[in-house]
Design a protein around this ligand. Structure first.
Ligand code: TRP
Ligand code: SF4
Length: 331
């Protein structure tokens, strides 16, 4: 395969599990970056419902609405369906096909040693959960993707995808692109309890919160525990409210950190300003969101077009795979 695709662009595959409404951690940590990347790459954004199934197998009926909401979030944040194919993983069966072939090329102990497996193996012990990273490798390689934008927590999975492509090429001749991670410094987005923002900790600010819900959530944020009242000197670098100000407020150092340290600024006021700035930063996304949820047909059309574009490419790569393996029996 050439270094670049037919239109001269390198290919990026990104994936996200449909776990529910996205929050500002997803927005600042991943989505904004994807929106940038679609300008310079041919992009495929995969909503990985089959991966979600490893946890949601008892009630997959929740997936449809989550997929819809996630697509709305993607479009509202600025992903452009002209530049980026947004699609549902299970609608492109080639992912599962390549996953099976990859699963013959990797040993079980390699998978049971992965930290992501060890973390959850007591609650998720299915065969599919063990194979989660193998499916992820197939997600990537079935597009001959050059790059995969992910957080550092996914480093081993990308390494595995690269390793599986190498193994494939070793056994059957040079066929698949050997993909690489696009790791970047992701700003740490703290949640209300000062842990990493995550839906599972319920410390998050969903993108589609109303103004009031946003204010309320921010009022409940943890601050520097030494600063009990206005007048007490605070330590902004230890305060999640200040970390968010760094993203949403211009000149946070002079405007907030300095008066926080002297005690001049109280937390109530500081939080109010954050809520205002965050609400204005999210306003265009929320407006677009409100528009899109009124047009479900359009949203499902985007997913259909994404699927068709994805299948065209994945089908082509699978042809190469079968032919390299001499498994194109009728060819
Ligand atoms: N494992 C990824 C996560 O939890 C989701 C994912 C699945 C993914 N397939 C992918 C990410 C392919 C990038 C590329 O975030
Ligand atoms: Fe945090 Fe602001 Fe309070 Fe300082 S004034 S401790 S930055 S909330």
């Amino acid at each position: 395969m050439n270094d670049t695709d037919k239109n001269g662009l390198q290919v990026i595959l990104s994936g996200m599990q449909p776990t529910g409404r996205l929050h500002i951690g997803n927005l600042e940590g991943a989505l904004r970056n994807w929106v940038e990347l679609q300008q310079q790459y041919e992009m495929y954004c995969c909503i990985v419902d089959l991966h979600a199934l490893t946890a949601d197998y008892k009630d997959p009926s929740v997936l449809k609405d989550r997929i819809f909401q996630m697509t709305v979030d993607f479009l509202s944040a600025g992903l452009d369906p002209e530049k980026c194919a947004i699609f549902i993983q299970s609608e492109v069966p080639e992912h599962v096909e390549l996953h099976w072939i990859f699963s013959t090329l990797i040993s079980t102990p390699t998978l049971t040693r992965l930290p992501t497996f060890l973390e959850k193996k007591d609650t998720l012990d299915s065969y599919a959960f063990l194979g989660y990273p193998v499916l992820q490798a197939a997600d990537i390689c079935v597009y001959d993707a050059d790059k995969v934008p992910v957080g550092k927590d996914q480093e081993k999975h990308i390494w595995l995808a690269n390793d599986l492509a190498k193994r494939f090429n070793h056994y059957y001749g040079s066929t698949l692109k050997e993909p690489e991670g696009l790791f970047r410094e992701i700003p740490l987005i703290p949640g209300s309890d000062n842990r990493k923002m995550s839906k599972s900790y319920n410390n998050h600010i969903p993108i589609d919160y109303t103004l009031e819900e946003t204010q309320k959530r921010i009022r409940g944020f943890y601050t520097d525990e030494k600063k009990l009242r206005k007048g007490d000197p605070g330590r902004p670098e230890q305060c999640p409210v200040f970390l968010l100000h760094r993203i949403y407020t211009s000149n946070p150092e002079d405007e907030l950190a300095v008066p926080c340290r002297t005690g001049e600024l109280g937390c109530v006021d500081c939080k109010k300003r954050l809520a205002d700035n965050l609400n204005s930063a999210l306003a265009p996304i929320r407006d677009k969101r409100a528009e899109l949820v009124k047009r479900p047909d359009y949203v499902w059309d985007v997913l259909r077009e994404g699927r068709d574009k994805a299948r065209a490419r994945a089908g082509m790569v699978m042809e190469k795979v079968r032919s390299a393996m001499r498994m194109n029996y009728r060819g």
